[in-house]
Write a protein that binds this ligand. Structure first.
Ligand SMILES: CC(C)(COP(=O)(O)OP(=O)(O)OC[C@H]1O[C@@H](n2cnc3c(N)ncnc32)[C@H](O)[C@@H]1OP(=O)(O)O)[C@@H](O)C(=O)NCCC(=O)NCCS
Length: 155
């Protein structure tokens, strides 16, 4: 059975600091992209490219020295696309207090060596939670399509 989830864990280092002394939002986005890529590529057995990033919400800051967990899971698949849900949690290591820091959806497309989209494996949500997240991913995709339809052609 294809692997549908993974977690990256590491400490936030001083090099990740922003001008306000917390972890830089750009670092969080890079970590999410890496975890989501590894999840999509591991699930599909294919090289995957990012086609969209949606619903990003920075819920709470991450402090330098905290343990960062990036959890990536498959939420939805189409013919060639794989939508990954990301939850970033931060833990203060001495107290073990853990909180949600960021969440986001990223959609990847499985591609061949020439960069052309190829079929992705089918994913069927099992639990009630899986089904709720799949519904959320469908709703976000529809909302994005409606917004893109408002754009002038080619812009
Ligand atoms: C991703 C890419 C290969 C898709 O090629 P394409 O000719 O547009 O292919 P399609 O129109 O058939 O779309 C492919 C899939 O993407 C999905 N997709 C397209 N736009 C989307 C969007 N805004 N959000 C979510 N999914 C989207 C389509 O629904 C389709 O999914 P499905 O096959 O499951 O139905 C092409 O757009 C590309 O190369 N983009 C650049 C990728 C990149 O450089 N990423 C950053 C670095 S990894």
């Amino acid at each position: 059975m294809a692997r549908t989830a993974l977690t990256f864990r590491f400490l936030a280092e001083p090099q990740h600091v922003n001008f306000g002394g917390k972890v830089h939002g750009g670092s969080v986005m890079k970590w999410m992209d890496e975890a989501a890529y590894a999840c999509a590529a591991g699930f599909s057995g294919r090289y995957c490219v990012t086609v969209s990033v949606s619903g990003i919400r920075f819920v709470a800051p991450i402090h330098i020295g905290e343990m960062v967990e990036i959890h990536a899971r498959v939420l939805l698949t189409g013919k060639t696309s794989i939508t990954i849900g990301l939850a970033v949690r931060a833990t203060e290591v001495r107290t073990e207090r853990r909180r949600l820091a960021t969440r986001c959806l990223m959609t990847f497309v499985a591609v061949d060596d020439a960069g052309n989209p190829v079929s992705a494996p089918d994913y069927q949500p099992q639990t009630d939670s899986d089904k709720r997240w799949a519904e959320y991913a469908v709703a976000v995709r529809q909302a994005n399509a409606e917004m893109e339809a408002l754009l002038p052609d080619g812009e």
